[in-house]
Ligand binder design. Structure first.
Ligand SMILES: *[C@@H]1O[C@H](CO)[C@@H](O)[C@H](O)[C@H]1NC(C)=O
Ligand SMILES: *[C@@H]1O[C@H](CO)[C@@H](O)[C@H](O)[C@H]1NC(C)=O
Length: 426
């Protein structure tokens, strides 16, 4: 008796494990489970009422094998749809991260916080920005790389025949059916012969019963008994003939079986080879999806979090309170009151005309001297500088006898200014 052939659906196993992995990663990021994927359920389980009926070897059952092609084609559609949806989740997550980060960044920036603690808090937002970019790029690669790859492969791998579905299904189905036909015919004949034999056994049994009853019954005439015996003998004869026919049919089937098996297996192996290629491709595709999703292994993610960690570790309460002391506390510099001399207002001084000044030669200083403005000054003529108190710039020429110097502002503008509006600094 042929043993039921069991072909595990590797594809289903692969898809299920992918779904589990994706689910795992989702949970890792505390995403809702409702968005997790259409998990491909395994093939419906038929009740094992008659295992032999479902055997590959029985007529017509090769269609399951032939159907694998269509199922894989369908699985590709599902994979692409599944990836698209996941890509959407990644994109939404990226957007939410980014929104969260910019909202809170501006709130935190407007708070009067300071020092290394403030810097560390802000670091959450810069790292989140980078994480958001990462999830956008995951979304992108799921669609443009993984999805496209599966789609392209699907197009190339499943050529169709007009009106006949997939070429492979059609070809293989035709081959299976051709290989099975002679054997099926023999099997049908065998079944008929078997039924006929069993029927003849039944008839003989009935005839035997009748004969026994007749023998036990003394009232039946010998002629009648003779007829009953003849009928029983005929039934036995027919049973023997039916058995012979049955045995010969069985022999016919049995002797054909090796050839049948060989042919079916050869075709089956071709189908297996195609399926092997498909599973192998999908394995690579799934691995690529994994590569894109597995952010725990991404150097740039590791860098984001290790930078964040470093920034947090460099929060220093000592430094921060010291900063506060120096900027808002007793550490602040103060000009304690002291006698201040009256300074004549300089603005009133008139500079000489340019042509007059041109004749004098003032010593030019190489590199200049750093000065800091003591008061605001607004240039009154085109060749004068304007600056605010506290601004630092360079004096490039010594004071003239009217009290004017030449200087260069930070921006590169050169001009004159009243010498006593500034002090020299180191
Ligand atoms: C890590 O993520 C970035 C996107 O932020 C991506 O460009 C890069 O290829 C990823 N690295 C690896 C090894 O997957
Ligand atoms: C089964 O289908 C494949 C793909 O179309 C084909 O290469 C192969 O020859 C077919 N095998 C048989 C026995 O028809």
């Amino acid at each position: 008796m042929p043993v039921k052939a069991v072909f595990p659906c590797l594809l289903c196993m692969l898809i299920t494990s992918l779904a589990t992995a994706l689910h795992h990663i989702n949970s890792y990021f505390l995403l809702s489970d409702t968005d997790t994927f259409l998990i491909m359920t395994s093939l419906p389980k038929e009740p094992p009422e008659d295992a032999n009926k479902q055997s590959f070897w029985m007529p017509g059952n090769y269609v399951h094998t032939v159907h694998r092609t269509d199922q894989c084609f369908q699985a590709c559609n599902d994979i692409v749809a599944c990836l698209r949806e996941r890509a959407k989740v990644e994109k939404q997550y990226a957007q939410q991260l980014s929104q969260w980060s910019s909202k809170w960044k501006s709130i935190v920036d407007s708070r009067p916080l300071y020092g290394s603690l403030m810097k560390a808090w802000q670091c959450f937002f810069t790292s989140t920005e980078r994480l958001s970019e990462l999830h956008s790029s995951i979304s992108q690669s799921l669609i443009t790389e993984d999805g496209e790859r599966v789609k392209t492969w699907q197009k190339e791998t499943f050529p169709k025949k007009i009106f006949c579905g997939f070429k492979e299904s059609y070809d293989n189905k035709t081959s299976f059916s051709r290989a099975q036909k002679p054997w099926s015919k023999k099997l049908l004949k065998l079944e008929k012969a078997q039924a006929a034999y069993h029927k003849s056994c039944q008839k003989e049994q009935a005839a035997l019963d009748k004969e026994k009853q007749a023998n036990d019954n003394s009232e039946i005439s010998p002629e009648k008994k003779q007829k009953i015996v003849e009928a029983r003998e005929k039934a036995t004869e027919e049973k023997v003939k039916a058995k012979e026919r049955y045995e010969s049919m069985l022999e016919d089937v049995t002797s054909y079986t090796p050839r049948y098996m060989e042919e079916m297996e050869a075709i089956f192996e071709q189908s297996q080879e195609e399926e092997r290629k498909r599973i192998s491709f999908l394995k690579q595709a799934f691995l690529s999806i994994h590569r894109h999703l597995d952010i725990t292994n991404n150097e740039s993610v590791k860098a984001v979090y290790s930078e964040l960690h470093n920034t947090l570790m460099s929060i220093s309460e000592q430094e921060d309170v010291k900063w506060w002391k120096n900027h808002h506390g007793p550490g602040m510099p103060t000009d304690w009151p002291k006698l201040e001399e009256w300074v004549p207002p300089v603005k009133k001084l008139k500079r000489k005309k340019k042509h007059q000044r041109g004749k004098e030669s003032r010593p030019v200083m190489i590199g200049g001297v750093k000065v800091r403005a003591l008061y605001d000054y607004t240039g009154e003529e085109g060749d004068e500088l304007s600056f605010k108190a506290g601004e630092v710039f360079l004096k490039v020429e010594e004071e003239d006898d009217q009290g004017w110097c030449r200087g260069v502002l930070n921006g590169g503008k050169e001009g004159f200014y009243p010498a006593n509006y500034v002090e020299v600094i180191e």
